[in-house]
Design a protein around this ligand. Sequence first.
Ligand code: SGN
Ligand code: CA
Length: 509
Amino acid sequence: MKRIVIFILSLSCAFSSVAQQRPNIIIIISDDHALSTIGAYGSTYGATPHIDRIAREGATFIHTFVNNSICAPARATLLTGKYSHANGLRDNHDEFDSRQDIFPRRMKNAGFQTAWIGKWHLKTYPDGFDYWNIVPGQGQYYNPSFISMKGDTTKSTGYCTDIITDQALQWLDKRNTSQPFCIVVGQKAPHRTWMPDLQDLGKYDQTKFPLPPNFYDSYDQRIAAKNQDMNLANTLKLGYDLKMKSDTSDQLNSATAFTQRMNIAQRKVWNAYYDKIEADFLQQKPTGNALLDWKFQRYMKDYLSTTLSLDRNVGRILDYLDQHQLAENTIVIYTSDQGFYMGEHGWFDKRFMYEESMHTPFIVRYPGVIKPGISMPQLISNVDFAPTLLTVAGIAPPADMQGRSFADLFKNPTAKFRDAVYYHYYEFPGEHSVMKHFGIRTERYKLIRFYGEQNFWELYDLKTDPHEMKNIYAQVKSGNLVADLKKKLKDLTVTTNDEVALKVLGDGR
Ligand code: SGN
Ligand code: CA
């Protein structure tokens, strides 16, 4: 008996010393964070010093793409390492089956302490975590509610980005320090309707934002782009989006809705700021392109102000790691569920396979493994995140995960990875009216197949046309380039077993 006890004790000591060596993992995933507004990706607006710090101390993957640029599907892919058609989450209306094989459950089973805090947005509750505390649906910016593991909902007081971070840090405080941990911090910001923290109101009031070069786009040769409902000119509302009380043009408008959840003190500061903006607007009465420019400027100010708190809270997490001697043995990842349009093509929102929304930030700090400050050019897909995370945790990814681990790139930053990434968007008809499409992006080209009521191809040469304004498909369709890209696309639909795409391609239309 004594011998057995000693054996078990020595085994558990061995396990815990292995556990000590395994890195902790923190994944901060924001919602709709456009690369164009992040310093590490070239933005000059100074909104992201702490995210930029992760980049300075780690690696910035400059070609990371999502396989379906919309929230819930991107989160399902992060969890499962599978494409939307394989994990069942094609659009925001689908329900996620949380009992399926997700990387955090594998980590939990291997001795990691796991948690998901903040925005989850998968309809069903999390399963397979040690701990979770999530905001319902999209969550609220002010005094947000949280759903606990017991299933009850509690309203908190304060600003959501702060509170989600508070909760993450509290969980870290209470965790069992004999185990490595993996925590996902799901921030709501900077999702529509871009409500900044009170302390950040007005921070960009002196900034005049230049229009993106393709702000005025006539959508020539691009039917789906022409038919969308996500443009600043018509879709973006003065009331609903830009908080102007005098806009009563649509049912959704309620500048009062913004302040509904606020307490008196919060509402007072909020109204004082926006009432002044509105008074100025009503005096100027801009029309035509001047009105469009005014909308663009306000959109940029609200959005960037919202990212100030997001970044500040990234800084709080980094500080916590420093103060608790955890920085050296913790991998920190900053990413977003997808990218966002900041006026490119005249748009906000995401969904399209064009660069601004398909592209997502992925910045990782891994002390002692990743050389600080490196820029990684390889094509990465968000389907690769889960197998990579398992690999760095010392767990073999299961064979049916469709993504591939890129953990080797951390040590060998010049190694080759993918030659193409795959994409498929399904939510049509739906909010913002973006037609269904799938396709591939290679280092230089992007081939897109729109299908459904209308069927057509688009092809972009990203080297000569980085803003994706010239669909060259009709010009070059019979050449070798298109034949090669179509073959690559077909191969990916076969290897990923995307039956819907295969059927569309099989139709030969
Ligand atoms: C909400 C937004 C949309 C946005 C979707 C999806 N409308 O419905 O503009 O495209 O979320 O966003 S809002 O009126 O509620 O703001 S996602 O990031 O969750 O996929
Ligand atoms: Ca999102």
